[in-house]
Structure formats: structure tokens, C-alpha cells
Ligand binder design. Structure first.
Ligand SMILES: [Mg+2]
Length: 227
């Protein structure tokens, strides 16, 4: 499957999200646990509750992923003044995350290949723009990517068709000449199919799904590089 343009998900598609996230959240929670004498298990529980509450309140918005709001809520749930600590935990989280994130080597080869072929490339991602720009910088993606669309700028999240339409508009291309690559079945693949894009599902976890027309599945970019 080859194309003139590519729309790419970022998180857990071009790099492994779990590793940096686990290291970063562990660092924040051990800091929180030491600072307030709350056991690590309880701290994890409080964080999970704060994240769930924030996500429920802000469903389908970029802000629903904002770690600053998670940490603010975590502190508030413990009657601790968030103004003294939320930003500190936010910085620990993202600084640690960025230190530990790594572009998949086969993704780098893929990006080099499509860029050399003159393809248009747009990142399409559900999060706030500021941190996604930091990730792009850390991963050295700007030389491979022409545009980025975040859910913060669109005001809705994938799989909303608006997200894909704005990416197509920026690339100035037709859905038929464009392939979406992403790891999230609903957001990336079903969302892309609904607007007539072909799609490649990065099925890291080897889930079993019936593939609609125009969708293929792979486990990594190495497989795409061989197509
Ligand atoms: Mg993803």
C-alpha cells in the first residue's frame, strides 16, 4: 500500500508510549508520596481517581488529557493547595517522559523513505499543542513532517471527521491519495475509514478485528517498509 500523502498518529504509533509514561508517573507519585507521607499504593489510587474524574468532565476535548489538570485534581482530592505543587509535578512528568521517549527505528526509516519520495506528511493527534510540539522536537520529527493537527486546535477529538478533514485541508489533498497510520482502532482506523481514507492499523497488541475495505494491519513499521 503506497500513497502520495500520509496522516500519522503520534502517541504509541511513532514511539512506545507505555515505557516513558510508566517511568514518568512513577517519579511523580513517589515524589507526591514522600512529600505528603501517603503510601505509594494509595497515591496511585488517588491519581487514577483524579484522572478518571478529569476525563469524565472533559470528554472529547484535548484538555481531558492535560496532566496539569490531573495533578491539580489529585492534590485537591487530598485537600492540598494545588498552586504549590501541580506545576511542579507537571514538569517532572513531562521532563521525565521526554527524556525516556524514543522514536521507533523502523518508523524513522519509514519517514525518511516517504519524505525522499516527496509525500506530504501530517501528524494528527489528540492532545494539547504545546506538549505535542515538545515531543516533535525531542523526536526530531520536524524534518519529516509538514503539518500537525491537534485536537486542541480543532476543538474535538478523533474519530470526529473534522479532525481528518482539517489534516486533508492542510495537505491540500484528496482522501483517495492519502493513508492514515495509527494504533487506535476506533480513533485512527474507524475515523479514517469514515472519511474515505485508506488506513494501516499499527496493531502492536495483536488484537483480533475484522478489517473493513481499504484497511490493512501490521505490527510495526518494518512491515510497512516492505509493502
Ligand atoms: Mg495513538
Amino acid at each position: 500500500m503506497k500513497s502520495e500523502n500520509y496522516i500519522l498518529d503520534l502517541d504509541n504509533t511513532l514511539y512506545d508510549y507505555k515505557v516513558p509514561h510508566n517511568i514518568a508517573i512513577k517519579r511523580v507519585l513517589s515524589n507526591f508520596s514522600d512529600e505528603f507521607g501517603i503510601g505509594i499504593d494509595k497515591s496511585e489510587k488517588i491519581f487514577r481517581a483524579a484522572r478518571k474524574k478529569t476525563q469524565e468532565q472533559l470528554v472529547n476535548t484535548a484538555a481531558s488529557h492535560n496532566r496539569l489538570l490531573y495533578f491539580q485534581k489529585m492534590l485537591e482530592l487530598n485537600n492540598i493547595n494545588s498552586l504549590d505543587y501541580a506545576m511542579k509535578y507537571y514538569d517532572i512528568y513531562w521532563d521525565t517522559f521526554l527524556e525516556n521517549m524514543k522514536l521507533f527505528e523502523d518508523a524513522r526509516l519509514f519517514l525518511e523513505k516517504i519524505k525522499t519520495s516527496g509525500c506530504g506528511v501530517c501528524i494528527l493527534t489528540d492532545l494539547t499543542a504545546h506538549i505535542q510540539y515538545r515531543k516533535i522536537q525531542k523526536l526530531g520529527l520536524s524534518r519529516f513532517v509538514d503539518f500537525m493537527v491537534t485536537s486542541e486546535e480543532v476543538g474535538v477529538e478523533k474519530p470526529n471527521p473534522k479532525m481528518f478533514k482539517i489534516a486533508l485541508y492542510k495537505l491540500n489533498c484528496d482522501p483517495k491519495q492519502t493513508i492514515m497510520i495509527g494504533d487506535n482502532w476506533e480513533k485512527d482506523i474507524i475515523g479514517a475509514s469514515a472519511v474515505g481514507l485508506k488506513a494501516i492499523w499499527m496493531n502492536h497488541d495483536k488484537d483480533s478485528r475484522e478489517l473493513p475495505d481499504g484497511v490493512i494491519e501490521v505490527e510495526n513499521f518494518e512491515e510497512i517498509n516492505q509493502l
